[in-house]
Design a protein around this ligand. Structure first.
Ligand code: NAD
Length: 238
């Protein structure tokens, strides 16, 4: 592929799998991480992935991440907004701090990263942006109201940017995962997971590779834009 690909939240889970999959395809990968320094270093040593520490919830740090990438590699071909957090709580328990944490990490960061990266992609008259949203942005989740809002917001970002940036040759899409086996789902008991599997038509949880394969396809594709591609085993069919 030979592309310069910037991925947020890439030290663990889905982001890590995407980084490794795309590094194996001979791309230059810039993997953003925040706290998992050892896991990030492993990406650098094993897969020759460039790593950069950024707290993505901080606007200035997002802008610095893009600046670092452009100074070093002169262009960004693909941006993948993957970093995200969740918190299960009733609406009556949500504080302003919870709101700011989730919205800034999941949504505002994606907006800023798109804004900074788009400047370069517009000049180059090409680019691909992929926002990792969630099925809960599509259909809403009980006790995850802020998370659902943040992910629905990402899908809105995807659709409007696809229209605005399409004439500049830039494609923008969301991938909305269902239940993927990563740390973010550690809150669920064995019993709850068995119940969830039964609700999924394909009767199994997703793996990080299922999302990475979809990302790879979207990068190679040339005519898909403004879409929310839901990789969820049939759990949610809209
Ligand atoms: P995860 O918890 O394993 O990974 C989340 C990643 O985001 C980590 O690498 C973490 O370091 C990073 N991150 C969080 N806050 C950050 C910050 N302030 N600055 C920089 N990085 C930060 O979970 P995951 O399942 O790999 O999640 C990846 C994305 O996929 C998230 O946006 C999540 O909402 C989304 N998603 C996951 C599932 C699922 O079932 N796993 C379902 C739908 C959507």
């Amino acid at each position: 592929m030979n592309k310069v690909i910037l991925i947020t939240g890439a030290s663990r889970g889905i982001g890590r799998e995407i980084a490794i999959t795309l590094a194996k395809e001979k791309n230059i990968i810039i993997a953003n991480y925040n706290k998992s320094e050892n896991k990030a270093k492993e990406l650098k040593e094993k897969y020759n992935i460039d790593i950069y520490k950024t707290d993505i919830s901080q606007e200035t740090q997002c802008r610095e991440l893009v600046k670092y990438t452009l100074n070093k590699y002169k262009k960004i071909d693909v941006l993948i907004n993957n970093a995200g957090i969740d918190k299960n709580q009733l609406i009556t328990e949500v504080t302003k701090k919870d709101w700011d944490n989730i919205i800034n990490t999941n949504l505002y960061s994606a907006f800023i990263m798109c804004q900074e990266t788009a400047r370069n992609m517009i000049q180059n008259k090409k680019g691909c942006i992929i926002n990792i949203s969630s099925i809960w942005g599509q259909v809403g989740a009980s006790m995850e109201v802020v998370y659902s809002i943040s992910k629905a917001g990402m899908d809105g970002l995807t659709k409007s940017l696809a229209k605005e940036l399409g004439p500049s040759g830039i494609r923008v899409n969301s991938i909305a995962p269902g239940f993927i086996n990563t740390d973010i789902n550690n809150i669920y008991s064995e019993e709850e997971i068995t119940q969830i599997k039964e609700e999924i038509p394909l009767q199994k949880l997703g793996n990080t590779i299922d999302i990475a394969k979809c990302v790879k396809w979207l990068i190679e594709d040339e005519y898909t834009t403004g879409q929310v591609i839901s990789v969820n085993g049939g759990w949610v069919i809209t």
